[in-house]
Design a protein. Structure first.
Length: 446
């Protein structure tokens, strides 16, 4: 009889508890457990080692909190530790990442649903990941973690740092930086739940959040290009608690990635002892490009700052590099980071005797159709298909040209070659584009 009475009271009890809780807490604040100072956004487990020495130092000496977002779980990578591949490898690499991060004080890691996509074209990764779904999750994670600063891969094509997943992480982090404070971006995320104590609710209950700064990093072969374009931190400083240099802490963290641990001792020493060199993206709180990462950052939140957004091209007929190069030209300007275009001219790499994909775009932003002729200037012994020809471009339309350029089999390795294309219409030169190509083995499909 007593048991039946108690069971009868349960529905009333659960109905009363939420109302009491809501009265005691009319405006619940975001979950403080996941608030961070720095959010690192990368493509794969092990990418975080690029900034590990710097991050370990600010965690220990400045008591900063840090979390990492991985775009993929590394399911397509090689495995230096065992035979596991595909989904099994992804499970292992996720655990490696958690152990590695924990070794220098990072507790929280978030994994998105992107598939590891080895290649050199950022648009390929964004397509494979599902750009819209990935961006939704990126914005969600920024709103959950509420970072002051975001560190991520540089969104650009550059020899050496040419992995499209790295670039995709940088693209999504930049887009998330500019969208997370906008309540119209994925508004269901910032919808307040009607009763957060109930089940089958809707509205995610997040708050818009504006990060204050974004910086980029890269593992390009010409590392010195970035000197003076952002803050730089030595890795030789000694950890007060462990009495070893932070470079050694980064090496120990790298040691957890045994599936990827195929560096020689000399390579690992060189890699770990290089300074952590960041590339300034943008700051909404002032400060200089080369100033400290936290220069101008205070605990007070800031309001939404709108990026420039897409701007239509000027009227006329033009020639430009297509593919990721065309994307980045528009992307950088839309997100107020166009200074990245000044770091170096467009570049690619190719093996001697191998083929290189070069996309070109003819644009006709006029009211009349145009006949445009394109001709190339290639190094001796290099060939192109299709050969230079004339293209008809409709008014306010574009024409995509897909070129296959084959390098000379006798091309000298480690050399740089310049490829150019010129266009003319109605007897007038309308412009030219160039591509610097390094002749070397390329480990990734273009």
């Amino acid at each position: 009889m007593k048991r039946s009475f108690l069971l009868a009271l349960l529905p009333l009890w659960f109905a009363i508890i939420p109302s009491f809780s809501q009265q005691a807490e009319p405006n619940p604040q975001p979950d403080a457990r996941y608030k961070v100072d720095i959010l690192i956004v990368v493509g794969h487990p092990d990418d975080d080692i690029e900034v590990a020495a710097y991050v370990a130092k600010v965690i220990e000496e400045q008591r900063k909190t840090v979390a990492v977002v991985y775009g993929t779980r590394g399911n397509s990578g090689g495995n230096a530790a065992g035979p596991e591949q595909s989904k099994a490898l992804a499970d292992i690499r996720e655990m490696e990442a958690r152990h590695s991060l924990a070794s220098y004080g990072i507790k929280n890691a978030w994994f998105m649903n992107g598939s590891d996509t080895p290649g050199g074209d950022v648009l390929h990764s964004l397509e494979a990941w599902g750009h819209g779904e990935s961006l939704e999750e990126m914005v969600r994670l920024i709103r959950i973690t509420r970072p002051e600063v975001i560190l991520t891969w540089m969104p650009n094509c550059v020899v050496g740092e040419n992995h499209d997943d790295h670039q995709a992480a940088g693209v999504l982090a930049t887009e998330g930086f500019d969208l997370a404070a906008n309540p119209l971006a994925f508004p269901e995320q910032v919808e307040a739940p009607r009763n957060r104590f109930s089940i089958s609710n809707y509205g995610e209950g997040l708050r818009p959040w504006q990060a204050k700064k974004i910086y980029y990093f890269s593992d390009t072969t010409h590392f010195d290009f970035f000197k003076g374009h952002g803050p730089e931190y030595p890795t030789s400083d000694i950890s007060p608690s462990r009495k070893i240099p932070y470079s050694k802490i980064a090496v120990e963290a790298w040691g957890e990635y045994k599936t990827q641990n195929d560096f020689t001792e000399a390579q690992l020493k060189s890699f770990s002892e290089m300074p952590v060199r960041l590339i300034y993206g943008k700051s909404l709180v002032g400060g200089s490009a080369t100033g400290d990462v936290f220069e101008g950052v205070t605990a007070a939140p800031i309001g939404y700052v709108r990026a420039r957004g897409y701007e239509a091209p000027a009227a006329g007929i033009s020639l430009e590099l297509g593919g990721p190069w065309a994307f980045y030209r528009v992307f950088w300007r839309a997100h107020n980071i166009e200074h990245l275009s000044q770091l170096y001219s467009p570049e690619a790499q190719v093996t001697p005797g191998d083929s290189l994909w070069v996309p070109l775009i003819l644009r006709n932003d006029t009211d009349r159709p145009a006949e445009v002729s394109v001709r190339s200037a290639l190094p001796q012994g290099w060939k192109q298909q299709p050969a230079a020809t004339t293209y008809s471009v409709s008014p306010h339309d574009s024409y995509s040209i897909q070129l296959t350029v084959t390098s000379s089999s006798s091309a000298q390795k480690e050399s740089w070659e310049n490829l150019t294309w010129e266009a003319e219409s109605n007897g007038k030169r309308i412009g030219s584009v160039g591509l610097r190509v390094k002749v070397e083995a390329n480990g990734l499909p273009q």
